[in-house]
Structures are given as C-alpha cells and as structure tokens.
Write a protein that binds this ligand. Sequence first.
Ligand code: AKB
Length: 343
Amino acid sequence: MSEKSVLVTGACGEIGQALVQSLTKRGFRIVTADLAPLPETIKSLSAEHIQGDLVNRIKIFYDYDFDIIFHLAASLSSKAEVATEEAHRINVEGTMQLLMLAAYKSEKLQKPVKFLFPSSIAAYGFPDRDTKQAAGNVKEDEWNNPHTMYGCNKLYCEKLGVYYSRFYGQRHLDPNPPTMLDFRAIRFPGLVSAFTVPSGGTSDYGPEMLHSAAAGKPYACFVDAGTRIPFMAMPDAIKSLLMLMDAPRKSLTSQVYNIASFSLNAGEFRQRALAAFPSAQITFEPNPRRQGIVDSWPEDVDDSLARKDWGWKPDYDVDKFFNEYFLPEIKKRYQKPSTRTIE
Ligand code: AKB
C-alpha cells in the first residue's frame, strides 16, 4: 500500500502535537504547518514543515497532493474576542483557502481529499445560564447561536465545509458531477492534556487549574465554581479524529458530530485538584467577559449520532481521566522535567 500524505496545520498547538505523534504510528507521510517552528517533541516526525501565515502562503500548499488534511490552525475563543478581525482572517479565510485547495485537488486527481475539521462547543450559544442549565445536553442542530467571534467562525466553517464538499459551484447538478472533497467535523469540548497547557481559549481554566496545582503555583480561576461545560482527555480527542478519519463515508449520516466524555464544574475541578495536591491554592476571581462566554456554552452535549454512525466511545470517564491519565503523567512532569512523548 502506498504511503498516504497528510497535512496537519496548527501542528504546534495542543491537538497538533498529540495528533502528529499518533499519525506517525500509522505510517503516514506528515507535512506540518504552523506560524511557529516545530517543538522538539515532534520535530523528527514531520517530513516537511511549512512555517508562516497560512493565508499568505497558501500557494505553497498547491505543490502537494495531500490525501488527508487536518486543519487545526485557529485563533481560540478568548484571544479571538480581543483581536476579532484578525481571528476572522485566520479562522475563516484560512479554512476557506484550504477547502478550495482540497476541492481543486479532489476534482483534478479524481480522489476525494479527506478534510478533518475541529469545530467546538463554541458553535453553541445560550442567552443565559438558566437557559443553559434547563437545556442539559444538546444535539448538533440545537442552540446554534454563538456569542463569540470564534464560535461564529467555527459554525460558519462547518457550513463552508459542507458547501465545498457538496454544492460548490452547483457541481452536484452536473449530469456527471466531479469528485468532491470529503469534509468531516467534530465539535470538541474543552480538552485537557497532561503534557501541554492551552492558551487563548476560554475552557483553559480547567487545564490551567490542574497544571498550576501540580506545579505548586497559586491559581485564580476566571469563572465561578458553579460553571459547568464538557471536558475530554486529549488522548480521547485524538482517538475521535482518527476514528472519524477511518469511518466509511457511507456510514456517516452527518458531516458535523458532537463527542462527549465527562462534564465537570469548576468547583469539582478544584476538589479533584485538592485531593491530589492538598496544598494547592485555588481561588475564584470570575472575569465577567470570560464567564459570559462559558455561560453561553452547553453543560453537556449529546453524542449519540457519533456513537451510532462511527462507533464513538471515549476511553476516559472522569475517574479514569484523573487516576489513569492525568495525575500519573502530571506528577512525573512536574517532579522531573523530561522530553517524554505525548499520548
Ligand atoms: C476554547 O476555549 O476556545 C477552545 C474550545 C472550547 O473550542 N478550547
């Protein structure tokens, strides 16, 4: 079997680093792209690294024939609220340019390029906390009223992905329609890695609190103790991307899927952190803007479609996440710095 060529944009980010390690185990030829140079953890795993602004350098990507594209590069929710137009340029123009590339290559080579897109719970939007609590877990097509630039960008890019893969130039109406790209998106909850710390997001209080507790640093949480959203272990996020990549097209009844694992409020995060690190200093100092963003996101999501269509099931519930993944790894990390691989 010939080696498949995969592009991972945003490779230096949290998902990117973990994904590149997992794709390597599958024997793919991996081309990475990011604004930054690759970190040591994945440097040797990339066949080629394209460094720079994706939108400005899009022409370079036309020299490659990628079988699969993981487009992870994005400006996350908190950062995007501070630099809104720049976020739109990165999140929407970057995605559109890559979708156009994938559409062009699919048609030219008569082979659908698989386009995996990480969307987010930020695509949802509740008017207030009471409504959010009353709604409980939400399906993909409910409450699609994002309050953030990032959430608007993600929801619109889901629509663009569907457009370029099914209706672009109304090609589907041709008597002999050309080969179109194969767009698949996952709406991720807040992700927690034992190996990397997020930046620029609004679900960051969960991982920040845990990493600070392990490192013996005081932490002032920017949302209140009762704030609840869904979270997931990074290995499960990577597993979901690979499962959706592998799923036969004919079994997919949607192009956008929720996935769920566990839901915790910030107070419960604190209790878990204190149980593992009793001297941790964790206080709550809500920031009204960031609190408002998280209050607009759902408490939980309904992932029954992903379970039915492609057999999604997380490996980590909340206890397994803490006891078998996060705490053993984080203790090693803060006790003894090393260059271990990311799982
Ligand atoms: C963010 O907080 O912006 C992201 C997300 C939930 O998509 N982690």
